[in-house]
Design a protein around this ligand. Structure first.
Ligand code: NAD
Length: 509
């Protein structure tokens, strides 16, 4: 049994907490209260007093001031600060992981994994801080040197979704800090306490170094804090993680003021299983991808394409496995599937089940809410057909559509026919089939795997998706470039002034 009060104490969370921090916590007199609810039983955990306009202004001003000195600190020195953050997360991993499970509802192993991802991200960003390198080109002009360099950008607005309440902040924050940016985080209103806990971990480190105002927080509604941020010219980059609809709105607002956005939006991820695949391996991967996090990952498996020879046995095995998944309190060690995040998520699941039936889907397993306190539903398997419009949408719930196919081309075409393009995978033992899936005429997603499921990406590669998933890339590889501004410099160290492209402009001076 987790002693909730003790856990909150360990992370500095009180019964009522200020929701804005710019170096120090800002108290908002008469601010609107937000209650964080435990999805496992529907009871309140603690309250947050949300940021208002004045608090938002204070945070932006602080972040601006902090940027002017932070950007002048050498990258490798900034990296050392990020390293301290990683160390503090190591120390707090158990508590923070538990709080993630408590507030969001993912099982403890995944809650701890999320904090591990933050730690890994810090390690990666420490290395990046020494590698913010540009190219040197040969100039076409004699005695000229040409190169690109990368400068810090300014304030990064980080708007995050509920389902990865702390890891997505770290993907952005660790890299942005290494790049010399300051930042303002607006977490989901469903998971404010995890954000407060992270800020409580950050604050003593920054205070010790006299570096307050680099990592800032504003908890508030999308209509107030979110809107202010996306329309604020002082925030040159908004990194947004959330649904496609909201992402479209954010993208338009930021583009209107010529700001930049990184968009990490919804997915509708598919797995293809061919007859020659290792069916045991495929089964295990499908179960984790479709049922893990109660189907509430952007990379959750939503569409399964089974080749006709393997389909009957695999479908049967899935139905049987779905019946044996332990559902319950996410903090119980035996649980593999926790609750949905809130009542609205349950209602969205139930409404999808109605639509599935109307559109001719056959429910093979599940389809019901569990009769117990909290927000529990059954993981659901549906025999689907290509004409079902609902299979084109991302329902953020544990619902898996099963399609059957004859030829690989048919499966790839159906797989690519949706608007989203985040994660994809194929299970096959055939080299040609695997390479075909990874080729230019294969998967159209940002992530394409072979003999691995759609979820659980490592941070070393750039993460993100195509089409309506938004095109953003975060975490590893060269994703850091989005957090900096590029400058091309040409230096003439000769006594002549040759012009590029052979242009002459001789004038007597
Ligand atoms: P959501 O779109 O409802 O909310 C996301 C964030 O937007 C929240 O912080 C919310 O408060 C904020 N917001 C609301 N109104 C706003 C406004 N007017 N201006 C600015 N911000 C506003 O998404 P959610 O339900 O929290 O998360 C689930 C969605 O996120 C799913 O679609 C999932 O696929 C997606 N997601 C994507 C990734 C990825 O990396 N591609 C990762 C996690 C989640």
């Amino acid at each position: 049994m987790t002693d909730i009060r003790k856990l909150l104490d360990e992370l500095g969370i009180k019964e009522s907490n200020p929701g804005a921090c710019a170096g120090e916590w800002i108290s908002v007199a008469g601010g609107r209260e937000l209650v964080s609810i435990n999805p496992a039983d529907g009871t309140p955990i603690a309250k947050v007093v949300q940021a208002d306009e004045a608090a938002y202004e204070q945070v932006v001003t602080t972040a601006q001031t902090a940027f002017s000195s932070w950007r002048m600190m050498p990258g490798p020195q900034r990296g050392l600060i990020v390293r301290e953050l990683g160390d503090a997360l190591r120390t707090n991993k158990e508590h923070l992981g538990r709080l993630v499970s408590l507030e969001m509802g993912k099982i403890l192993s995944e809650g701890l994994g999320e904090v591990q991802e933050m730690i890994d991200m810090c390690d990666l960003a420490v290395g990046m801080s020494r590698q913010l390198s540009g190219l040197t080109m040969h100039s076409e002009r004699s005695r000229h040197r040409m190169y690109e360099q990368w400068h810090p950008l300014g304030i990064v607005g980080i708007i995050t979704a509920f389902n990865f309440p702390v890891a997505v902040w770290a993907w952005n924050a660790a890299v942005a800090a290494a790049c010399g940016d300051t930042m303002i985080w607006k977490p989901s209103s469903s998971t404010p306490l995890t954000a407060i806990a992270v800020q409580n971990i950050v604050n003593p480190i920054m205070k010790r170094h006299g570096l307050e105002g680099i990592f800032n927080l504003t908890i508030g509604s999308g209509s107030l804090v979110g809107e202010r941020m996306i329309n604020d010219r002082r925030v040159p980059l908004v990194s947004f993680t959330g649904s496609c609809d909201m992402g479209r709105h954010v993208s338009e607002a930021v583009a209107r003021r010529f700001g930049r956005s990184i968009l990490e939006l919804g997915g509708n991820n598919g797995v293809i299983v061919t007859d020659d695949a290792d069916q045991d391996l495929a089964l295990r991967a499908i179960l984790f991808a479709a049922v893990g996090t109660a189907g509430q990952r952007c990379t959750s498996l939503r569409r399964l394409f089974l080749q006709k020879g393997a389909a009957p046995a695999m479908t049967q095995r899935l139905v049987s496995a779905y019946g044996s998944i332990p559902i319950g309190d996410p903090l119980d060690p035996g649980t593999l599937m926790g609750p949905m995040v809130n009542e609205a998520a349950v209602q969205s699941y139930l409404s999808a089940i109605d639509t599935i039936r109307e559109q001719g889907g056959e429910i093979l397993y599940g389809g019901r809410r569990l009769d117990r306190p909290g927000y529990y539903v059954e993981p659901t398997l549906v025999r689907a057909h290509a004409g079902m419009e609902i299979t084109r949408d991302e329902t953020f719930a544990p619902i898996l559509y099963i399609f059957e196919f004859d030829e690989l081309e048919q499966a790839i075409a159906l797989h690519n026919s949706v608007d989203q393009g985040l994660s994809s995978a194929i299970f096959t033992s055939n080299l040609y089939t695997a390479e075909r899936f990874l080729s230019h005429e294969g998967s159209d997603c940002g992530i394409a795997n072979v003999n691995i499921g759609t979820s659980g990406a490592e941070i070393g590669g750039a993460f993100g998706g195509e089409k309506d998933t938004g095109g953003g890339r975060e975490a590893g590889s060269d994703a850091w470039k989005a957090y900096m501004r590029r400058q091309t410099c040409t230096i003439n160290w000769g006594r002549e002034l040759p012009l590029a492209q052979g242009v002459t402009f001789d004038v007597e001076g």
